[in-house]
Ligand binder design. Structure first.
Ligand code: FES
Length: 96
């Protein structure tokens, strides 16, 4: 199967991976970047477990092909806050 090279800036780091054209952004992040904070919680695009920031907009990463996001800046849950000072969103996820 033909692979596409997809380059994204994820959490401030350039990521470049050859992936199948049908690869969803959430799978690109989890399987190729090793960022497992974004989850696949449904198969109906309604749960929001896969939500990431793409260019300043909240995007359900299960609804976007990685190739569609080429060249974008992506921030995942791992890209905000720090171990010493959780981001309010991380703190809310931890609490609930
Ligand atoms: Fe449920 Fe994306 S996995 S909305």
């Amino acid at each position: 199967m033909t692979k596409l090279n997809v380059i994204l800036t994820v959490n401030g780091q350039v990521q470049s991976h050859d992936v199948e054209a049908r690869t969803l952004l959430v799978h690109y992040l989890r399987d190729h970047c090793g960022l497992t904070g974004s989850h696949v919680g449904c198969d109906t695009s309604q749960c929001g477990c896969c939500t990431v920031d793409v260019g300043g907009r909240a995007v359900k990463a299960c609804t976007v092909l990685a190739a569609q996001a080429r060249g974008s800046t992506v921030t995942t849950i791992e890209g905000i806050g720090s171990v010493d000072a959780l981001h309010p969103l991380q703190e809310a996820l931890r609490r609930h």
